[in-house]
Design a protein. Sequence first.
Length: 136
Amino acid sequence: MNEVQQIEVNEYHDHIKSLFEEGYEMMMDLTAVDWFRKKEPRFEVVVNLLSLSKNIRKTIKVQVPDENLTIPSITDIYPGANFYEREVFDMFGIVFENHPDLTRILMPDDWIGHPLRKDYGSGRIPVQFKNAPSVD
């Protein structure tokens, strides 16, 4: 069974903390969705939680306002969220307040932009494979 809950940014941290106290002891995943040209606000953070003792899952969805791409960090509740939040920051540009080390994790530090945003341009770097005809 998987219940989906839609909550506001200002309720996010307290809601996650209360779910942890209810027995959702494992954060399975934290990611983001870019709804570019599909719905407003454009970005949504999605957290999947699991209660091992009750064998139930819960999905939390949070709409992040376009004018302030900031949401509280949950690393104080689920320390494993550290790398998931860094990946969302790196790929989407969503800032997690009070994160212990909010730095890029996949892209080089000097990279400009956020590659998983739907409006991010695709690269045009030709790739030459061994024993393949030359690309001009």
